[in-house]
Design a binder for this molecule. Structure first.
Ligand code: SAH
Length: 242
């Protein structure tokens, strides 16, 4: 199950943080690191701070965009010190650990961490199903990146050990679509809304952002998403035949 949990670091600028994050992961049994457009190399500093966990940093997958990092994930959780202007479904670190441990039984899940100085952008946060916030001192709430990774990784481990104790049998839950399938649905939805003139092509963002939030909250299962795609296709067919 822990092999299904990816730790995604977006735009990390200090290589030492990559090393420390690798160490934070390995002590908790996580080994799958993904670097999105890193601003530094996995250099000597990273290796030094990783101590015995340099394999994780050296084997990290490097990709260009967050979308690439999470396209095969059925659950994506963004870690953020601030709730920002977006009102998004929130998880406590403990709930986040439990969800990752449960869903990691059957599919890939990702925990996403932001840049040291600026965190995650609103667009990146909108690619996540949930946000997790470590309830730190409100007057000084921003943890060092690797320490945030440590805190969340610990919660995943605790939940995983709990599962093992209970000899956990995963519930027969509905299957969730992969991130890229959800993105294809959003593209399709946007196209139909533009074609039907529900929104104008030059300003789709506001409505799309609201609808993204709705569908992320609802988390449609694979079957449900297929139905929604079917509805959109039916609308397109009807318009075409007018
Ligand atoms: N100034 C940035 C903080 C970046 S810290 C900001 O305001 O967003 C680097 C990363 O560590 C963050 O993007 C987040 O993923 C994680 N992090 C730091 N403190 C956190 C907290 N209290 N809760 C959740 N994640 C946190």
């Amino acid at each position: 199950m822990l092999n299904n949990v990816k730790v995604v670091l977006v735009g990390t600028s200090h290589s030492g943080n990559i090393g420390s994050a690798a160490r934070a992961m390995k002590v908790m049994g996580l080994n799958n690191m993904v670097l999105v457009a890193p601003g530094c190399e996995v250099d000597g500093q990273a290796i030094a701070l990783a101590a015995g966990a340099s394999d994780i940093a050296l084997n990290a997958t490097v990709v260009e965009t967050l979308e690439d990092a999470v396209k095969d994930c059925a659950l994506v959780v963004g870690s953020s010190a601030r709730s920002r202007t977006l009102e998004w479904p929130m998880l406590e670190p403990r709930e986040c650990g439990e969800k990752c441990a449960a869903e990691g039984q059957q599919s890939q899940v990702a925990i996403v961490f932001g840049r040291e100085r600026t965190g995650l952008t609103n667009d990146e946060l909108q690619l996540c199903h949930y946000h997790v916030c470590i309830p730190a001192n409100p007057e000084y709430s921003s943890l060092n990146l690797a320490m945030a990774v440590q805190t969340i990784a610990y919660e995943i481990r605790v939940a995983f050990l709990e599962q093992q104790k209970q000899n956990f049998v995963p519930q027969a839950e509905g299957e969730y679509p992969r991130h890229e399938e959800l993105e294809m649905f959003f593209e399709h939805l946007e196209k139909v809304m533009i074609d039907t003139q529900f929104i104008s092509a030059d300003q789709p963002n506001k409505v799309m952002s609201k609808l993204r939030r709705l569908f992320n909250r609802a988390r449609p299962e694979q079957q449900e998403l297929n139905t929604l795609r079917g509805v959109l296709t039916a609308v397109e067919k009807k318009m075409g035949s007018r």
